[in-house]
Design a protein around this ligand. Structure first.
Ligand code: ADP
Ligand code: TRP
Length: 331
């Protein structure tokens, strides 16, 4: 990590295979920005505990995300890659934030409200989710956080936490800003809702060709025939073409949609081919990396040590400013 650069942080929960929504909404930016920023990318395994209670599964998913990160092109020489639980200081900092925030404030968080609306039994971890996320971000003096649109409110909460803490104890935390790519705000899933691991509507980033075909062919379309004029903006297949076609191809497709002359079946076949062409090299790279588990574990170990040292350095200052540290000179 080069000195003098702004700091970038982000993470993904180890809760299942990443999909193209995760990739275009967030993960690709981790790679695109790794030369420009001093980057920290972690595996949010503490956040995953809100839903994952199977330890074997959590371990496997955690290793999988590490492999995914390397497969998409994160370079451990440029980006500090680690698992969240290797910086337990974030839980300590989250506690401090908890003592500054109010219950009604956290009750306004979308993720919590959604869970309540679904009549789910909400554990306290879900309620506290944004507080821990604020700690992840603020502990490393992060300037920017590349995420998908659904995470925007969480970054806003992190800014609020920084403001509250600074106001109460003195200037110590930076105010972070989200980076959300226009046009990639919400990648739609095969059913038209936001693509999400929770909805069973994903196209996994490292899917096999068969899986890609199955997912794309399952996208519902209207009953227009080949010759009918179609509105591309109302078609989910077209929405996905936007991610995988160059401008010229997309313009051609749009024209065919608008004038008539392409059926949904053909459109889907083109999409399958384009997704496969785009993802095949990533898939191959992933398979290679997965063969050497030990190197991945070593990389995570090393990253964890460095991230922990960095977090601890910050927390020493935080503990002092809050009044937890005792020394003769500070009394
Ligand atoms: P999921 O909803 O599938 O569980 P995560 O919560 O693990 O996804 O999200 C990981 C990252 O990917 C976050 O930054 C999130 O904002 C982004 N992301 C997830 N789904 C989408 C989507 N459909 N479109 C754009 N970004 C997304
Ligand atoms: N909440 C994020 C997600 O669902 C994961 C996450 C946890 C995160 N802590 C973070 C993202 C800090 C960015 C910064 O994807």
């Amino acid at each position: 990590m080069a000195l003098g650069r702004k700091t970038l942080i982000s993470g993904v929960k180890p809760t299942g295979r990443p999909h193209i929504g995760n990739y275009f909404g967030a993960m690709r930016q981790f790679v695109d920005f790794q030369d420009e920023y001093s980057s920290l990318i972690f595996i949010a395994n503490l956040h995953a505990l809100t839903t994952e209670k199977n330890s074997k599964q959590l371990k496997q998913n955690t290793l999988d995300v590490a492999i995914d990160y390397l497969a998409i092109g994160l370079d451990p020489k440029k980006t500090l890659i680690f698992k969240q639980s290797d910086t337990p200081q974030v839980a300590e900092l989250a506690w401090m934030f908890n003592c500054l925030t109010t219950v009604p404030y956290l009750m306004r968080a979308h993720a919590y409200k959604d869970a309540v609306a679904k009549n789910e039994e909400v554990n306290a971890g879900v309620f506290e989710y944004p507080v821990l996320m604020a700690a992840d971000i603020l502990i490393h003096d992060s300037d920017v956080v590349p995420v998908g649109y659904d995470q925007a409110q969480h970054i806003e909460i992190a800014r609020d936490m920084a403001r509250m803490f600074n106001h109460t104890f003195g200037e110590i935390f930076k105010s972070p800003k989200e980076i959300i790519l226009e046009g990639m705000k919400i990648v739609p899933g095969t059913d038209g809702r936001k693509m999400s691991k929770n909805y069973n509507n994903t196209i996994p980033l490292f899917a096999t060709d068969d899986e890609i075909t199955k997912a794309v062919m399952s996208i519902p379309t209207d009953s227009s025939t080949i010759d009918d004029q179609k509105d591309p903006e109302k078609d989910n297949v077209f929405a996905l073409h936007k991610l995988f076609s160059n401008k010229k191809e997309l313009a051609k497709l749009e024209e065919k949609y608008r004038k008539g002359g392409i059926g949904y079946k053909e459109s889907k076949e083109i999409l399958v081919k384009n997704i496969s062409t785009f993802t095949a090299p990533l898939r191959e790279k992933r398979a290679k990396i997965a063969q050497d588990k030990q190197s991945v574990l070593d990389m995570l170990d090393e990253g964890g040590k460095r991230a922990r040292a960095k977090a601890e350095e910050k927390m020493e200052k935080v503990r002092e400013i809050v009044g937890l540290t005792l020394s003769e000179s500070s009394l």
